[in-house]
Design a binder for this molecule. Structure first.
Ligand SMILES: [Zn+2]
Ligand SMILES: [Zn+2]
Length: 265
């Protein structure tokens, strides 16, 4: 049976301060590796976003989406599916959010003030869905393990940035609540790309097709991390990061950004 691979958790350098690969380069590499598509899930403003948080909300959202838009444009050229998402955080607990668009973000700045359980309800009300990213990760930025089994549509049971023990706990957690288990690489660069994610028996028709598969436990396979696609690490790795830029905004947004920045001087 032919399987179609998707990476559900990817960071671009335009959207995520900790990522070094721009959206279009990620797409080229994943396409080369035989993936059918990916979800771009940059860190939102409550995580390690690459966007200047002082800017007005609409300007920030347009900048935030530049990594996805760069990926999507290249994906369309290559016949590679690129879906929009983001990683929403509260004190290190992170929800991969899917099935909503830029307009949802533009319309709803109040999400920044919502506790995670309210945020999850709101996302569902608006037609989106959530996978709890690496629920048992232990790291300096995660003071507490918080679980929201009633708020999420799936559990990231294999996160390629986690230890096997942390992933095993996540799988145990998901299974004990009868929540579907998925995988994502959490890629921040592609020199050490771990080739994880999910594999499906058919291509996704849209982002909500992924939700449909979660609800019906139709994730054909969750991919184990592998080093097979690793590339030599360049000495100038840091210089690869292409950041979001007000130069790429439309005239109205660009002017708004410039006026705002001038007013802060
Ligand atoms: Zn990151
Ligand atoms: Zn992530």
């Amino acid at each position: 049976m032919e399987l179609y691979k998707y990476d559900t958790h990817v960071h671009t350098s335009q959207g995520s301060a900790c990522s070094t690969w721009k959206g279009s380069s990620i797409v080229e590499r994943l396409h080369e590796l035989g993936y059918s598509g990916c979800f771009i899930t940059d860190h939102f403003f409550n995580g390690n976003s690459a966007v200047d948080r002082s800017l007005p909300w609409d300007v920030k959202i347009h900048l935030f989406c530049q990594g996805y838009e760069d990926a999507k444009k290249r994906g369309d050229e290559l016949g590679f599916q690129v879906f929009f998402g983001w990683e929403f955080a509260m004190n290190g607990t992170e929800f991969l959010t899917y099935g909503l668009d830029k307009q949802f973000l533009l319309d709803n700045p109040e999400i920044m003030q919502m506790p995670l359980e309210r945020y999850a309800d709101f996302v569902h009300e608006k037609g989106g869905f959530i996978v709890h990213a690496h629920p048992f990760r232990e790291a300096w930025y995660i003071p507490l393990v918080r679980l929201y089994p009633k708020s999420v549509d799936g559990i990231e049971g294999i996160n390629c940035g986690n230890s096997p023990e942390q992933n095993e706990r996540a799988q145990w957690y998901g299974k004990s609540y009868n929540l579907p288990i998925v995988g994502g690489t959490d890629a921040h660069n592609l020199w050490n790309y771990h080739s994880g994610g999910i594999a499906l028996d058919e291509k996704l028709t849209c982002a909500h097709d992924y939700l449909d598969r979660l609800r019906n436990f139709r994730i054909t396979k969750v991919l184990e991390p592998s080093n097979a696609a690793h590339l030599p690490w360049p000495e100038d790795a840091g210089s690869y990061a292409v950041r979001n830029s007000i130069e790429l905004l439309n005239d109205e947004m660009k002017q708004k950004a410039i006026d705002f920045l001038n007013s802060q001087k």
